[in-house]
Ligand binder design. Sequence first.
Ligand SMILES: [Mg+2]
Length: 129
Amino acid sequence: MVQVSPLRLKVEFESDIPELSLKCNIQSLTDRMKKDSAFWHSTVVNQDHEALRAHYALGLCGEAGEVADEIKKMSYHPDREARRVDLGTELSDVLIYLLLLADLEGIDIIDMYLKKREHNISRWGDPEV
Ligand SMILES: [Mg+2]
């Protein structure tokens, strides 16, 4: 069992090639979201491509602000578990807008993640070593 910390996904895999298994498991998440994307795209009133892109970008920023607000609350709220659950909800909202924006723009977010991961490893080192 491998815990994938960047996305906080618990991933189980059997492969000797972690990146391949990681891609497969995250792919199942994006496959789910791709199936949902057409629905979510249709819920926006102005479905012009640029309007949708702006809608998702603004949604992503708004949800990131909600993440920041939850973190602020964690500094003083007595019920840390409730705050942690709410933080998870806001982080998932960020993920949804991220996946919608990537889908709209035809960006393979898994491929981009893995490329960026390789870049980060070359720059900062491999966390698995
Ligand atoms: Mg939210």
